[in-house]
Design a protein around this ligand. Structure first.
Ligand code: GUN
Length: 304
């Protein structure tokens, strides 16, 4: 039997509707909308697409958004100056510095310059520490979105074994913290983990955030497990599409369009083993954007 789909687009719509109602209420109460500014340094094509999606989603629900585009050749001092200006701007509630920054740039110093009360990405050490302590603060959008996806599909976490593949600061580590806070038993794996597939097979809930296309195959998945796919990669060529999709409507679509996206999970090899699966696209991606809007609303509510 095929895995049930964890529909991220649907959950994201619900969250956006909830946020929109509160944005309206805030606008009436304080006479201005929540304000979000994204800083993009350079021209990374994926980042350009991401921030366009973020800005459009914000505008649609009444959050005022703007983008500061700085050239790839900017100095750290120029970026810090932009952050400091936004820190002082009373109408800006949320500041997001799009990652990755150009090679060689000290992202730590830049992320630490953001006012923690405007840190809607939850990447400032102040908010990272609050999450680790189980105190309220800003939670990184992707892992927060995954918890919503599981909760709103009535997937219990308490007492369950959750295995997180990947230990990044953006996804893996905060994901582990949130799952712990929800009373799951958590294992975090990474590139040096021995017998990764065997560890993953112990999971009731498996979160794949390794950044390797189609790496999670049937050997990683206990029958019936919940599999959440955080990766996003372009499919390259028909042979790869056939391997990833098998004879399915997705292969047909790839033939028509010549492009497709796939995650860290191998869709053909996992779909009949997992109990639940979040697809790529349409799983975690839309939730990351929805949670950014919710964090921006939270920032505005706390500041007004
Ligand atoms: N790049 C990829 N994902 C993210 C994210 O969630 N926030 C930021 N700032 N950059 C990213």
């Amino acid at each position: 039997m095929s895995a049930r789909i964890l529909d991220g687009a649907q959950v994201a719509r619900q969250i956006r509707a909830e946020v929109a109602a509160e944005v309206k209420e805030l606008q009436q109460r304080v006479g201005r909308p929540p304000g979000l500014t994204v800083i993009l340094v350079g021209e990374d094509p994926a980042s350009v697409v991401y921030i366009r999606n973020k800005a459009r989603a914000a505008e649609k629900i009444g959050i005022r958004s703007s983008v500061i585009r700085l050239p790839e050749t900017s100095t750290e001092a120029q970026i810090l100056a932009a952050v400091q200006r936004l820190n002082q701007d009373a109408e800006i509630d949320g500041i997001l510095v799009q990652l990755p920054l150009p090679r060689g740039m000290a992202s730590d110093a830049i992320l630490e310059a953001i006012d923690p009360d405007k840190d809607v990405d939850g990447f400032h050490p102040h908010n990272v520490g609050r999450l680790a302590l189980g105190r309220s603060g800003f939670v990184p959008c992707t892992p927060a979105g995954i918890v919503e996806l599981l909760r709103r599909n009535d997937i219990p976490l308490e007492g369950r074994h959750a295995v997180v593949l990947g230990r990044s600061n953006i996804v893996g580590k905060p994901m582990a913290q949130l799952l712990l806070a929800a009373h799951a038993t958590v294992t975090v794996c990474h590139s040096r983990t021995r017998d990764l597939a065997a560890v993953a097979r112990g999971a009731d809930i498996l979160v794949a955030a390794v950044g390797r296309k189609g790496m999670v195959t049937e050997e990683f998945v206990r029958p019936g497990a919940v599999v959440v796919d955080v990766g996003i990669h372009p499919v390259e060529g028909e042979d790869e599409a056939r391997d990833l999709f098998g004879d399915s409507p997705r292969l047909e679509k790839f033939r028509e369009k010549g492009t497709a996206l796939v995650g860290d999970v191998h869709p053909r090899r996992v779909r009949d083993v997992a109990g639940w699966l979040s697809p790529v696209p349409g799983g975690v991606g839309p939730l990351t954007v929805a949670l950014l809007l919710r964090n921006t609303l939270q920032a505005a509510q706390q500041r007004t």
